[in-house]
Ligand binder design. Structure first.
Ligand code: SF4
Length: 397
C-alpha cells in the first residue's frame, strides 16, 4: 500500500516561498490570543482562560505551519489539544511535578543531565518552535536562551571530555534544530573531536512542527558528523504531511537513521487505530517507531494524561496488528529520575518448573520448556569482550 501525504494549507496572503522558509515560520509564530484569533481560530471559553493563565505556567508558541494542521473551530481537535493552552492547565493536578524526571538532581555541569554511565543529555538550547502543552521539561524549556552561554558551553564540553565511560551524547533542549546550521555544525564538530563519544543523538520536534527546517544544508551537516541519530516526535498521523514526508526522505537519503518517540495523549492519539496508522506511515518513510511514552505528570498536564490501563490495552491490541519493526515500545519514566519502566504484554499464563504455558495474542495455547541451568555454557570468546563490558559497568555516572 502506498501512503499519500497531503500538503499543508497555505493561508491567504502568504507566498509559497515564505511558507517554506523556516526562518519566516519562526518569525511569524503565533503566541497570543490575538494571534490565534487573527489566524481564524474560534477560541472556546476554556482556551480563552488558558491564555490568561496558562501562558504564565508555560510559554505559548506555535509555527503558522503547525497551526494550519489544527481545526479552527473544534477545540477537541487532536493537533489543537497539543498546541493550545486551556484552563485545565491551571487546575490542581492529581500528580503535578515541575521536574517529573528529577533532572535537577542529575545536573553535574551546566546544561548536562547525566543519569546513566554511558550516556547523557546536553541541553544546547531552551527554545522550541512549538510549546507542546504536555512538555516534560517545563522547568527548563522556554526561558528564551536560544543557545547555551559560551562559558556554560565550555564547562559542559569539559565535563563530556572528562567522562571516559560516555558513549552517547543526546542533544536536547528545547529543540536543537531551532539552532542554525553553522551552530549545529560547531556543536557536532566539538563532540566528534572527543574520542570516546561514539554516538550522537538529536531529539527534535522540528520535522513535525516546522518541516521546512529540514533543508539539504541541514541534511549535509548531519551526514558530515555521522553516526548522528535523529529522534523525531510525531504523535498523530495528521502530522505526517507532504512537507514532513519530504523532510524525512531527505534525511534518510543522506543516511541519517531516524527513530520516533510518541507520547500517548488523552483525546489525541489514545486509540490503537491511530498508533497503528502513525507507525505504518513512519516506517514507510524510513523512521523506526521506537517509544510510546506514558505522559509524564508534568505541571498542568492532567487533562492530557491517559491511564496506564488505557495504554496497556492499546499496546495489547497493537501486538497482533503491527510487525516488530513497526511496533513502538510502551514505556513509562519512573518519576524523580528512576529511569524507564518498559511494558510488554504478558502472554505467559502459568509456570511449573521448566515448563511455561502461554496463550498468544490470537488465542493459540502452547508450552515452552527451558533447558536445565546446568546445560548453559559461556560463549568461548566472551573473554575478548570482558574488558569493554567491565569498563562500561564500572564507569561512574
Ligand atoms: S518540542 Fe519537546 S521540549 Fe519543546 S515544548 Fe515540545 S515536548 Fe517540550
Amino acid at each position: 500500500m502506498k501512503f499519500v501525504f497531503e500538503p499543508s494549507q497555505i493561508p491567504a496572503g502568504v507566498t509559497r516561498e515564505e511558507w517554506n522558509d523556516w526562518a519566516w515560520q519562526l518569525r511569524h509564530s503565533l503566541k497570543t490570543e490575538a494571534d490565534f484569533v487573527k489566524a481564524g481560530f474560534e477560541l472556546s471559553r476554556e482556551e480563552f482562560e488558558g491564555f490568561s493563565g496558562g501562558g504564565k505556567v508555560f510559554q505559548i508558541r506555535t509555527t503558522p505551519y503547525y497551526a494550519s494542521l489544527a481545526s479552527k473551530s473544534v477545540a477537541m481537535d487532536p493537533v489543537r489539544r497539543i498546541l493550545m493552552p486551556t484552563a485545565s492547565e491551571l487546575a490542581h493536578g492529581r500528580q503535578s511535578m515541575l521536574d517529573p524526571l528529577g533532572e535537577k538532581r542529575n545536573n553535574p555541569a551546566p546544561r548536562i543531565i547525566h543519569r546513566y554511565p554511558d550516556r547523557l543529555l546536553f541541553l544546547v538550547t531552551d527554545t522550541c518552535s512549538v510549546y507542546c502543552r504536555y512538555c516534560t521539561r517545563k522547568h527548563f524549556t522556554g526561558q528564551d536562551e536560544a543557545f547555551v552561554r559560551s562559558a556554560d558551553y565550555e564547562k559542559a564540553l569539559d565535563y563530556i571530555r572528562s567522562r571516559k565511560g560516555l558513549r552517547e551524547v543526546i542533544l536536547s533542549g528545547g529543540d536543537p534544530l531551532t539552532l542554525g546550521d553553522a551552530v549545529l555544525d560547531r556543536v557536532l564538530s566539538d563532540l566528534r573531536a572527543i574520542d570516546h563519544v561514539e554516538i550522537i543523538r538529536i531529539g527534535s520536534r522540528m520535522p513535525v512542527v516546522c518541516p521546512m527546517r529540514v533543508t539539504p544544508s541541514l541534511a549535509r551537516v548531519l551526514q558530515k558528523h555521522q553516526p548522528v541519530y535523529l529522534m523525531t516526535h510525531f504523535n498523530h498521523p495528521r502530522e505526517l504531511t507532504a512537507e514532513a514526508a519530504a523532510g524525512l526522505r531527505l534525511l534518510a537519503d543522506h543516511g541519517t537513521p531516524m527513530f520516533n518517540q510518541l507520547v500517548l495523549l488523552n483525546g489525541v492519539n489514545n486509540h490503537p487505530a491511530i498508533i497503528q496508522a502513525l507507525s505504518r506511515r513512519l516506517l514507510y518513510l524510513r523512521v523506526k517507531p521506537y517509544y510510546m511514552f506514558q505522559c509524564d505528570p508534568s505541571e498542568g498536564t492532567d487533562h492530557l494524561r491517559t491511564s496506564v490501563e488505557d495504554s496497556l490495552a492499546i499496546q495489547r491490541e497493537l501486538w497482533g496488528s503491527l510487525s516488530g519493526l513497526a511496533m513502538p515500545n510502551l514505556s513509562l519514566d519512573i518519576p524523580d529520575g528512576g529511569g524507564k519502566a518498559a511494558y510488554v504484554p504478558n502472554f505467559e499464563v502459568a509456570r511449573e518448573g521448566a515448563v511455561r504455558k502461554f496463550i498468544g495474542w490470537d488465542g493459540v495455547e502452547a508450552e515452552y520448556v527451558s533447558p536445565p541451568p546446568e546445560s548453559i555454557l559461556k560463549p568461548l570468546d566472551a573473554e575478548t569482550f570482558f574488558a569493554e563490558w567491565d569498563a562500561l559497568k564500572n564507569a561512574k555516572a
